[in-house]
Design a protein. Structure first.
Length: 105
């Protein structure tokens, strides 16, 4: 049901579907129900923006962010002593640039 809601182009219909799902889970999984209701606005933001389906699918997944963070960790672990905040920003930017090149290939 959650996947169906994400794939809908109509945010109001998706919200109704998700609220129905939360209601069905309320007794057996109250934590899941609460999480769905708490994040409902954030979950539907991409749908409300009217973005193309392909971009919505990309944004619904955290793989890109996790991949980038892994690259930042891998690159930045080479630094043994951080001299300043600007140094940390430069290294982080360099790592993010490396991750971006990997995304493009």
């Amino acid at each position: 049901m959650l996947r169906q809601a994400w794939e809908l182009d109509d945010a109001d219909k998706a919200e109704k579907l998700m609220r129905n799902l939360a209601q069905r889970l309320e007794r057996d999984a109250p934590g899941v129900c609460a999480s769905i209701l708490e994040g409902l606005d954030e979950i539907l933001t991409v749908t409300r923006l009217g973005l193309p389906a392909e971009l919505r699918r990309s944004l619904a997944c955290t793989n890109i962010v996790e991949n980038m963070m892994g690259t930042v960790r891998r690159v930045c672990r080479n630094v043994k002593r951080w001299h300043s905040a600007s140094m940390a920003l430069r290294w982080t930017a360099a790592a993010m640039d490396e991750a971006a090149r990997a995304f493009a290939s």
